[in-house]
Design a protein around this ligand. Structure first.
Ligand code: PSV
Ligand code: MN
Ligand code: MN
Length: 424
């Protein structure tokens, strides 16, 4: 389904007057408004192909309707989302869930929606039909070199798919770990993982990056072989300059200071990208900013500061992606809410008076420093986001547009009541 521009235009016409009033007020208050609007226009957040269907839990899955059943339909969904918000101009594929049989055709289809291909993701956390060796006890860290070699070969194949589509990064997330003390020799598992990653890294094209994702626990419950940012950074440093740590917000123990991790990684120029989501307890895959919007703002505060420190362009230097797939909401509405929350945090971070903050820090003025951050955080920047969308030809209010036009009903009419978006 392609959304005609005139539907967005008439939605915008209805909301424009009210929007203008709010925007004019903010523009008077904030001299930096114009600059922020432009930065928001440029900032794109990739959508993973597995977020387009209703997620499940290990207890069950309540399928939504009208969900994409093929790679083409997943691209169509991201295209629809991008037409509505003009902020989701890339899709990230998981192989073998989304094998592009005809890469040229898939590339052209994506192009027709204004989409690029973000990082490609390998999958050695599930066994596939006909696979020779099982990943039950791990993949790149496995005690058996035959299993390791199979997992290495899979990653190299994923790079090949990515090359055909124009991707520029490989994300490696491993479920490898152990569930009981004594099961694993930690040192050997880590060394095996490094050697396997080195074999994959050797096949990485010159202009590609490798993102090494970490996760504290789950699906293993005693140890994970790449458990935290320290272990990921150690691997990335040993691998070389094309390897980076990837931060998934859901992959930390509760209360971990993620913004500090971000600051340190950026200071070392070893932060590769982000998987955005939110959580109350663990890897809950909740909508970004749904539980801890202040933390999201503090993370963006470090991102704005750290990327400027490295002299890097904000929008294009890191991999920005949502990684969430929950079981209650319409996936497209959920993604709209995540994108909105991420952009709000970015806009608020751009409002931080960095010179004043520096002075407050130099003077150890703790109260002043907090005031500066919270002044920015408590500013309602939503009219700036709406204006950036309007200038890009997107909807002033994406959620309202989706609901007013009954877009899910239209998708159900087209696709029926199917609902498996991922290979799970
Ligand atoms: C694992 O929890 C993860 O966050 C990794 O990024 C995977 O690639 C993704 O979920 C999908 O399984
Ligand atoms: Mn992730
Ligand atoms: Mn995760």
């Amino acid at each position: 389904m392609k959304l005609e521009q005139n539907k967005i235009d008439s939605h915008n016409a209805d909301l424009y007057e009210k929007h203008q009033k709010k925007l004019a007020y903010l523009q008077k208050e904030l001299p930096e408004s114009e600059e922020i609007i432009k930065k928001l226009q440029d900032f794109q957040i990739a959508i993973p192909s597995w977020a387009l269907g209703t997620g499940g839990t290990r207890f069950g899955r309540f399928s939504g309707a009208g969900e994409p059943g093929s790679l083409e339909q997943k691209i169509e969904d991201v295209g629809l989302l991008h037409a509505i918000n003009k902020s989701s101009g890339a899709i990230s594929l998981h192989i073998p869930w989304d094998i592009p049989q005809d890469a040229e055709k898939i590339k052209n289809l994506a192009k027709s929606y204004g989409l690029k291909f973000d990082a490609v993701n390998s999958n050695t956390f599930q066994d596939q039909k006909g696979q020779e060796h099982s990943y039950k006890f791990g993949s790149l860290h496995h005690v058996d070199p035959n299993v390791r070699n199979q997992a290495i070969a899979h990653n190299i194949e994923v790079i090949k798919y990515g090359k055909d589509l124009g991707s520029k990064a490989l994300t490696v997330w491993l479920a490898d770990g152990s569930s009981f003390p004594g099961q694993l020799n930690f040192r050997e598992a880590f060394q095996n993982t490094l050697a396997s990653l080195q074999a994959i890294y050797a096949e990485l094209p010159e202009d590609w990056k490798m993102f090494v994702e970490y996760k504290g626990f789950e699906p293993n419950f005693y140890s994970t072989t790449i458990a935290d940012w320290g272990q990921s950074l150690l691997l990335a440093n040993k691998l070389g300059e094309k390897a980076y740590t990837l931060v998934d917000l859901g992959h930390h123990q509760p209360n971990v200071n993620i913004e500090q991790i971000v600051a340190i990684l950026l200071g070392e120029n070893k932060l590769g990208g982000f998987h955005f989501n939110d959580s109350k307890y663990a890897d809950d895959d909740l909508t970004a900013g749904a539980i801890k919007p202040y933390q999201l703002f503090l993370i963006f505060n470090e991102l704005v500061d750290g990327l400027a420190y490295q002299g890097l362009d904000f929008a294009s230097s890191l991999g920005w992606m949502i990684d969430a797939s929950h079981n209650l909401k319409d996936p497209l509405l959920d993604l709209m809410q995540s994108v909105e929350a991420i952009k709000i945090a970015y806009a608020q971070a751009l409002l931080v008076d960095r010179k004043a903050l520096k002075i407050a820090q130099q003077e150890n003025n703790v109260v002043r420093a907090q005031e500066i951050l919270q002044d920015a955080y408590r500013t309602d920047v939503r009219p700036l986001l709406a204006e950036s969308r309007h200038r890009n030809g997107a909807a002033l209010n994406p959620v309202q547009l989706f609901e007013d036009l009954n877009l899910r009903a239209a998708l159900i009419k087209e696709r029926g009541h199917q609902g498996i978006a991922t290979g799970l």
